[in-house]
Write a protein of this length. Structure first.
Length: 218
């Protein structure tokens, strides 16, 4: 079985929000191919955001302060509390690829999963009154009608700085597995015991700017 997920590179993310916007465009059904349809950008902007970018200033001990942009969406946990607490079985984790999904016509909008998720990765759709979350773009990645290069999540396809990577963590030779092996993928909040699939690559410390030299007298 596969264990599909994302690697998000905090070193190269520039906080442009393109992934968040295209995630919403794709998942609110605004056009069959919003990535290539300029008209889609005028479409419905209500509904939930399944991917959000948070921005922090961090100050490493031996390096200058730097801005870190932190994209956050569902991490497709192996031991997902959102699934455990769901009273109807709407929330579930697929055995074949590990994607955590919500069967929307089984969701009663009780919000228990949102309380249980330690990452704040769930969002109630204010229009449909059902719980939404990142689907790992399950409707794209298996869609054989799409060109090969589009059979990846919309956010990965969109990111202009190559900060988002998609693949199978159960395949040691996959791009995502190699990235984690090379750069040490961070597991978010391991103390929660949720075993998230998604990994974050740490930002590299930035070099200090050279000190300004003396101003030449004129
Ligand atoms: Fe569930 Fe939250 Fe884990 Fe996603 S990140 S699987 S919503 S607990
Ligand atoms: Fe949104 Fe799809 Fe990316 Fe998940 S994988 S954050 S649903 S674009
Ligand atoms: Fe960061 Fe890429 Fe998302 Fe822009 S599109 S916010 S660079 S992850």
């Amino acid at each position: 079985d596969k264990r599909l997920g994302l690697v998000i590179d905090l070193d190269t993310c520039v906080g442009c929000h393109a992934c968040a916007v295209n995630c919403k465009e794709w998942n609110t059904g605004a056009g069959a191919s919003p990535l290539s349809d300029a008209d889609a950008y005028g479409a419905d902007v209500s509904g939930a955001w399944l991917n959000r970018i948070h921005t922090f200033e961090v100050t490493p001990a031996d390096a200058p302060a730097q801005i870190v942009h932190f994209p956050k969406s569902c991490l497709h946990c192996d031991d997902a509390p959102c699934v455990t607490v769901c009273p109807t079985g709407a929330s579930h984790k697929r055995s074949e690829d590990g994607i955590v999904l919500v069967t929307e016509d089984m969701c009663i909008g009780c919000g228990l999963c949102a309380w249980a998720c330690p990452y704040g990765a769930r969002e109630m759709d204010p229009v449909e009154n059902v719980m939404k979350k990142c689907t790992l773009c399950v409707d794209r990645i298996y869609d054989e009608v799409l060109p090969e290069e589009d059979r990846i999540p919309a956010c990965v396809r969109t990111c202009p700085s190559n900060a988002r990577h998609f693949g199978d963590f159960n395949d040691p030779g996959s791009h995502v597995s190699r990235l984690v092996a090379d750069r040490g993928g961070i597991e978010l909040m391991p103390e929660m015991g949720t075993k998230p699939v998604n990994r974050y690559l740490p930002p590299r410390p930035k070099a200090r700017a050279p000190a300004a030299g003396p101003v030449a007298a004129t």
